[in-house]
Design a protein. Structure first.
Length: 98
């Protein structure tokens, strides 16, 4: 698995196997790609630092305000998002080989 920091629509993004798991949205916010249920839980449990981020009609990620989020929370969310993309990549790889 390769971890890279690459541009995504003029914003830095963090990827594993070419799949984005986080994007720096602006100087204060990081968008972390989690599954929709987890996004809602994180936003509910951390209302000062986290919010649901909708792209059109789809709940796409949790927007984390780094000014208010603890390092521990950010690390936990990054790890969850990274693991989620890693698992998807493994499943996709298995399907391609079959």
């Amino acid at each position: 698995m390769v971890l890279s920091n690459r541009d995504h629509h003029s914003r830095p993004s963090f990827r594993v196997n070419e799949k984005i798991f986080a994007t720096i949205w602006d100087e204060n916010h990081v968008n972390v790609m989690l599954d929709p249920v987890r996004i809602m839980e994180v936003a509910r449990d951390n209302p000062r630092s986290c919010a649901e981020f909708w792209w059109g009609r789809q709940l796409r990620c949790v927007s984390v305000d780094a000014r208010y989020a603890s390092e521990k929370l950010l690390a936990k969310l990054f790890k969850e998002a990274w693991q989620r993309k890693t698992k998807k990549a493994k499943k996709t790889g298995l399907k391609k080989q079959a």
